[in-house]
Design a protein around this ligand. Structure first.
Ligand SMILES: [Zn+2]
Length: 77
């Protein structure tokens, strides 16, 4: 990713636009970067998801849609 639409931990908001990461721009970039590597793409996003889980101060503080936010939009092969 070269655009600066990267996550800022521990809140996982986008450094560039401030929205929840992956923002729309980051999703487009990631999809392009990993277009030939769908398995690596899923592993990378699962890794980010696990880091976001780890960054949450408590289970109660977890956003209910965290899985969908990180994993639910991945292209199906
Ligand atoms: Zn962004």
């Amino acid at each position: 990713m070269q655009s600066g639409h990267e996550p800022v931990r521990p809140k996982w908001n986008c450094r560039e636009c401030g929205l929840e990461w992956p923002c729309e721009y980051a999703r487009r970039e990631l999809t392009a970067d990993f277009v030939r590597f769908p398995t690596s793409f899923a592993i990378y996003m699962a890794h980010c998801y696990s880091q976001a889980l780890h960054d949450s101060p408590s289970l109660e503080a977890l956003p209910p849609d965290l899985w969908t936010r990180f994993m639910g939009w991945l292209p199906r092969s």
